[in-house]
Design a protein. Structure first.
Length: 573
């Protein structure tokens, strides 16, 4: 029987039910909606959230009598992937993934596209075996695995041959990978930025050494080697980055900073650039900021419901100071902007002073600190108080003068949000006192302190369960006693271990999430601040009043399978 007849006989709804993806009732409801809208059944099911795109592709593979391949679970042969030009692969949404005897296996979003199969067959010079793949996975694999590394190597070779080429000026927004003819160094920097964004890097480190130029990406908070171009390209690469970021190309003796915007795959990405003079020449660090002006709300930050309630009660007050604490790179700015996202409306005047302004947001006044012109945090805050503000965000409290002005502003009917570098929430009030703020001002103004850390999220595809004895958690006797009952059930602690697969590049982790600790100012804690009490005493009272510590919040999320015990203690100790 022909494949066409098989397709005609088998309906997609029947296959989805057979695979256990949907129920008969869900198919009946979808068919009713299909009759009303006139759309295809698959579109109706996707729109309603009953099926996921990958499940629908699996069912389509059965319908067409083809094999389904999940590219996240398979290694792609880079040499085979390069047999088809990138532009053609994108156009046909098809990618050669590996050899199978005399055949080349090609993952396709539409494997019955005869014209696409003819094009690919003529290019690879072999028999082609089409398999069904998810379109989004295929497109991502084309960019990530099929061509990026080879193009980088080709560009490096071309740049070495023309290392004396003139660096061209940059536009306000640079379009990466737009097909224009560019100098080799310019192409290399474009590819570097594109590759970092596709790999979800938060930072790019360009570091000269005595022998070569080392380039590293920070992904999920951890640095790893990305590439090592020859030392002869150092001057050209760094000069190109400085030109793009509007930094003085002739000055190499002092640190400089700038900013640029690149467009990758139709999305704009803001990048903050810092140069540092080292013994081997200038090093450059590029921080890739979140695309677009809008961010996630507070509810999307992973708070435990009880902690979310405590935090929301604090920032929904019309006045008071809220401090977010943690080390550099712990997501403090993201949390503050998520808070502003919920507070922003036409009835409030919101002003910020930052160094630098990381996230651009419409509807608020954002001010950049400029030390050369004398615009410091303290001076900006004084000006804000004369500009009729309702809410003020101070990027960071660095000195006693800024701390005092911020605290006094919160007592005069303003909501003040800021960050401070402390290890936990309990030590924050006394840190303000140590900076010169009077204890009675701290006790009266501080509404809440949010301490947080970012931990790597376990890859859901390869994580494996395991049980630990409670004494293996490394908490000690006092820590075990402090564990809540929901974490002390039985003699073991159920959790997961990182393994590593193609989807997470062998690390066992993919993405990050936040661990929180919310301290609210109560009468008992205020009395401790007035008497200059110890941070340990403040924490003990806060826990007795219902505060969940970073360690307990982290262990709960370990228990949920979000991360590992090892990763938790890496970030909180």
């Amino acid at each position: 029987m022909s494949q066409t007849a098989a397709v005609t006989r088998r309906r997609i709804g029947e296959i989805l039910v057979e695979l256990g993806i949907v129920s008969e009732g869900e198919i009946t409801a979808a068919l009713a909606a299909q009759r009303e809208t006139g759309r295809r059944l698959g579109e109706v099911l996707l729109a309603s959230g009953v099926v996921k795109p990958r499940d629908l592709v699996r069912a389509l593979a059965v319908q067409f009598g083809l094999e389904f391949v999940d590219l996240d679970d398979h290694s792609i042969d880079g040499e085979v992937a390069q047999l088809v030009p990138r532009s053609l692969a994108h156009r046909h949404r098809a990618l050669p993934v590996w050899r199978e005897g005399p055949q080349v296996v090609v993952a396709m979003a539409n494997p019955v596209d005869v014209l696409a199969l003819d094009d690919i067959r003529s290019l690879v010079g072999r028999q082609v075996k089409p398999v069904m793949g998810e379109a989004a996975q295929i497109q991502a694999a084309i960019d990530r695995l099929g061509h990026s590394d080879s193009r980088v190597q080709e560009t490096i070779q071309a740049a070495v041959g023309e290392s004396r080429q003139q660096i061209e000026p940059a536009a306000a927004t640079v379009r990466v990978d737009d097909g224009e003819e560019k100098a080799p160094i310019v192409q290399f920097v474009d590819l570097l930025l594109s590759k970092a964004i596709q790999e979800r890097a938060s930072d790019i480190h360009v570091e000269p050494s005595s022998d070569d130029l080392r380039i590293r990406f920070r992904v999920d908070g951890v640095l790893h080697e990305a590439m090592s171009p020859p030392r002869s390209l150092q001057a050209g690469i760094i000069s190109r980055i400085k030109v793009m970021a509007d930094i003085d190309i002739a000055e190499r003796r002092v640190p400089q900073d700038g900013r640029l915007t690149v467009e990758v795959n139709g999305l704009d990405h803001d990048i903050r650039v810092v140069t540092l003079p080292t013994v081997h020449g200038e090093a450059v660090v590029l921080r890739i900021l979140r695309s677009g002006n809008e961010g996630a709300g507070v509810a999307q930050l992973g708070f435990h419901p009880e902690q979310l309630t405590r935090y929301r009660q604090a920032y929904q007050r019309p006045w008071g100071a809220i401090l977010v604490t943690g080390p550099t790179g712990s997501g403090k700015s993201t949390t503050l902007y998520a808070t502003l996202q919920e507070l922003r409306d036409s009835t409030r005047n919101i002003v910020t002073v930052e160094d630098p302004v990381e996230y651009r947001m419409d509807g608020i006044k954002q001010v950049q600190v400029n030390l050369r012109s004398g615009l410091t945090f303290a001076r900006a805050l004084r000006s804000f108080l004369r500009a009729d503000p309702d809410i003020m965000l101070v990027g960071e409290i660095r000195d006693g003068e800024t701390a005092t002005i911020a605290v006094e502003a919160s007592l005069t009917g303003h909501l003040v949000l800021s960050t401070l570098h402390t290890n936990n929430s309990a030590s924050t009030p006394m840190r303000l006192v140590e900076m010169g703020v009077e204890p009675f001002l701290v006790a009266s103004s501080l509404s809440a302190v949010l301490a947080q850390r970012l931990a790597r999220r376990l890859c859901e595809r390869c994580r494996q369960p395991r049980d630990l004895r409670l004494d293996q958690l490394g908490l000690g006797d006092s820590g075990l006693v402090a564990l809540p009952e929901d974490l002390r059930a039985g003699d073991t602690f159920a959790c997961f271990v990182a393994v590593g697969c193609e989807a997470c590049a062998g690390t066992g982790y993919r993405g990050r999430f936040a661990i929180h600790e919310v301290l609210t100012m109560t009468e008992e804690i205020a009395e401790l601040v007035l008497s200059r009490g110890r941070a340990d005493d403040i924490e003990r009272v806060a826990v007795a009043q219902g505060m969940t510590t970073l360690r307990v919040d982290g262990l709960r999320k370990v228990r949920q399978g979000l991360t590992t015990v090892e990763e938790l203690f890496r970030v909180i100790t």
